[in-house]
Write a protein that binds this ligand. Structure first.
Ligand code: ADP
Length: 309
């Protein structure tokens, strides 16, 4: 949802921020930042470009109004997001710089992803051709391999959370629903996710969920990129959930999808999470090995389909 320029909401956000840092020896240093262009809006946060006046570096800043996290649980969730995100360092994960607060806001300073999200790309392009999907998904699998090896489940893999830098590097963002497991066999119980992407074991709730729910969402994402709409999408959430639990979807006849892509998607979108392929199996599947995959795609593909499409 876009935030209207000049709306009451936007005026509350300060044009400049002064960050005070007190060193251990008592010395106080200040950094000043200037708000730039609006980038997006999430559950609690509004995100703007932010220029650091001293270094001229431009970041993305998540402004979280404190009134929105006045409830203990909301604050805990935000602290968990910060704790997990700041512990991560990977080329395919949005870089976390630092965070600070004043009376009104919590500010989270992130690596800027100027080319927005894959959901914006798909909105303009309708659907992607296979080599683009391969490239984006390969970067996403690298991010997931890293997260899972650190016992972190993202739990909100979707187009809107996959961002692109000005150099077209792929960066996974938004750790608002991420969970760190205490041990590998642990199963989480909280029902969370985005309706079209949510895994059946999360809806079912009986045995909890773990890393396999990210694999499921990876399959939903792959289908969405290639077909142009999510596999279980309907007009109401209840019907979507029913379809997810029955794994009721099909490949439309009017869209050309390779047998390798169909085979990978079909192997991922299965109800029994133990039967889904691991990330290692996914990246060695024929879909990813049948041709050379560009690591970086040209910016022209953000809006214009490739001529071979
Ligand atoms: P929330 O945690 O409140 O859901 P998000 O992290 O999803 O907020 O951010 C909201 C929107 O802001 C995103 O959909 C995206 O459009 C934009 N955004 C978030 N992080 C960045 C970033 N690092 N660079 C550019 N845009 C961003």
């Amino acid at each position: 949802m876009a935030c209207k320029a000049g709306s009451k909401d936007e005026k509350e956000i300060p044009q400049t921020i002064i960050e005070k840092c007190v060193k251990l020896n008592g010395e106080v240093t200040t950094h000043s930042y200037v708000k730039g262009k609006f980038l997006g809006k999430g559950g609690f946060a509004r995100v703007y470009e932010l220029l650091c006046s001293e270094t001229n570096e431009v970041y993305a800043c998540k402004y979280i109004p404190k009134e929105k996290i006045s409830k203990c649980r909301a604050r805990q969730k935000l602290m968990s997001e910060i704790k997990i995100h700041r512990s991560l360092s990977h080329m395919n994960i949005v870089g976390f710089h630092h965070f600070f607060e004043d009376e009104d806001f919590i500010y989270i300073i992130l690596e800027l992803c100027q080319n927005h999200s894959l959901s914006d790309v798909l909105r303009r392009r309708k659907r992607l051709i296979e080599i683009e999907a391969q490239s984006y998904l390969q970067s996403l699998s690298n991010a997931l391999l890293y997260l899972h090896s650190h016992r972190i489940i993202h739990r909100d893999i979707k187009l809107a959370n996959i961002l692109l830098t000005d150099k077209m590097e792929v960066k996974l963002g938004d750790f608002g629903l991420a969970a760190k497991l205490e041990y590998d066999g642990e199963r989480k119980r909280t029902i969370c996710g985005t309706p079209n992407y949510i895994a059946p074991e999360i809806l079912d709730g009986k045995n909890g969920h773990s890393y396999e729910c990210d694999i499921w969402s990876f399959g939903v994402l792959m289908y969405t990129m290639l077909v142009g709409k999510p596999p279980f999408e309907t007009n109401d959430v209840k019907t979507t959930y029913r379809r997810i639990k029955m794994t009721l979807y099909n490949f439309p006849d009017n869209v050309e999808i390779s047998k390798e892509a169909k085979s990978l998607i079909s192997s991922i979108l299965v109800f029994d999470y133990n039967q889904r392929p691991s990330l290692e199996e996914i990246i060695t599947h024929d879909f990813f090995t049948k041709n050379a995959i560009p690591k970086i795609l040209p910016t022209s593909l953000l809006a214009i389909p490739p001529t071979s499409a």
